[in-house]
Design a binder for this molecule. Structure first.
Ligand SMILES: [Zn+2]
Length: 361
């Protein structure tokens, strides 16, 4: 009987999807990035490349992780080329690496910060976005490629920002791991996780962050970032943060082909179950700064939608069960409806807990 075969298939070890990290060393070629205090021959592009390549080398040693780069030499891919490349390779995470500069030349600002895409009213955040976006002006046909986007007004990104909101939650998660590492492991001044309108972040369709390692306009920090030791510590910090993120997120990155077959042919009574007492699983569909009614017409026909607000962000969930097998089936349903990047989250007494912790208990 068909059912028996399907059940055997279910017991086969599932093929785990490779976790693809796209590392984007900022600038390159004729675009040097910030020259800093000009005491060094190296500029932002060189430090970004050194740290990016070292980070990739470390990450590539992790099982099931594939590392890709937007550039591996002193070349200049345009922002648009970087985004297209990243989407084409279906990366699971995009990390753009940069160094900061204080625009007015005072040289007093220092510390590390990590950006996710968003609208900012904060002047300093806008300045960083403006500076990183301004490389667009170096492209001959920028008006054609970056239609309607004005690098001097990152707010002109507003319509694109809505597209990235689906990944905002996870972008903030990886950004906060990075900042914590910079603070604890590298002992840098933690300037926090920030939001601003970066063109390159608005065009990548996966969790995406832009890291500013430190200020090259600050003498001491410039010395640190040019030193072998400084680069090594910053690289290790990034590695620790990305590794933690991958560990928590590759859990659910299984190939789901087999599950789809099971759902189509096995009747409900014979489906396996795996109940975790006191745990509620939900499928996170999206995160947004907008409050949306939890009606099925707003969620591609899915019902059982719930909403939760924290830190000014609304998260939207599908399903609610203590049965891990059931939530996996619901995840497949959501994916088939087009929520390809949805993932399973676990709650204990109403508080979000890491899924890996629940499954390993
Ligand atoms: Zn930069």
């Amino acid at each position: 009987m068909v059912v028996a075969n399907e059940m055997t298939d279910e017991n086969k070890p599932k093929k785990r999807k490779q976790f693809v990290v796209m590392i984007d060393p900022g600038h390159g070629g004729r675009d040097t990035g910030t020259p800093g205090t000009k005491r060094y021959k190296t500029t932002e592009k060189d430090i970004a490349l050194d740290v990016s390549l070292a980070l990739g080398k470390m990450l590539a040693k992790l099982p099931n992780v594939k590392v890709l780069y937007t550039r591996t030499a002193d070349t200049y891919p345009t922002l648009s080329q970087r985004a297209v490349m990243t989407n084409k390779k279906k990366a699971d995470l995009f990390i753009s690496i940069h160094c900061n500069a204080q625009p007015k030349g005072k040289g007093t600002a220092y510390g590390s910060e990590t950006f996710v895409l968003g609208l900012s009213k904060n002047k300093a955040n806008l300045e960083v976005a403006k500076r990183e976006n301004s490389v667009i002006f170096m492209e001959d046909n920028y008006e054609e490629v970056y239609k309607g986007f004005d690098p001097n007004s990152p707010e002109s990104l507003i319509s694109l920002i809505i597209l990235q909101e689906e990944y905002l939650d996870q972008s903030i998660e990886i950004a906060s791991y990075i900042q914590k590492e910079f603070k604890v492991t590298a002992k840098r001044k933690d300037r926090g996780v920030k939001q601003a309108g970066f063109w390159v972040l608005s065009k990548t369709y996966m969790p995406s962050v832009l890291v500013e390692l430190g200020f090259l306009t600050h003498k001491k920090e410039e010395d640190y970032l040019n030193s072998k030791r400084g680069k090594k510590i910053m690289t290790t910090s990034l590695y620790n943060a990305v590794k933690k993120y991958i560990e928590l997120h590759s859990e659910t990155a299984y190939e789901d082909d087999e599950e789809v077959i099971v759902e189509a042919t096995v009747s409900k009574e014979t489906l396996p179950s795996r109940v975790f007492k006191g745990i509620t699983f939900k499928v996170q569909l999206s995160a947004s700064s907008k409050k949306i009614a939890t009606k099925s017409y707003n969620f591609k026909g899915l019902d059982q939608i719930s909403r939760e607000k924290s830190g000014g962000i609304f998260r939207y969930f599908y399903g609610k069960t203590s049965d891990y097998e059931e939530i996996k089936r619901l995840k497949t349903v959501a994916q088939n409806k087009g929520y390809t990047d949805c993932y399973i989250v676990a709650f204990k007494k109403g508080k979000k807990v890491p899924l890996s912790q629940v499954l390993n208990q």
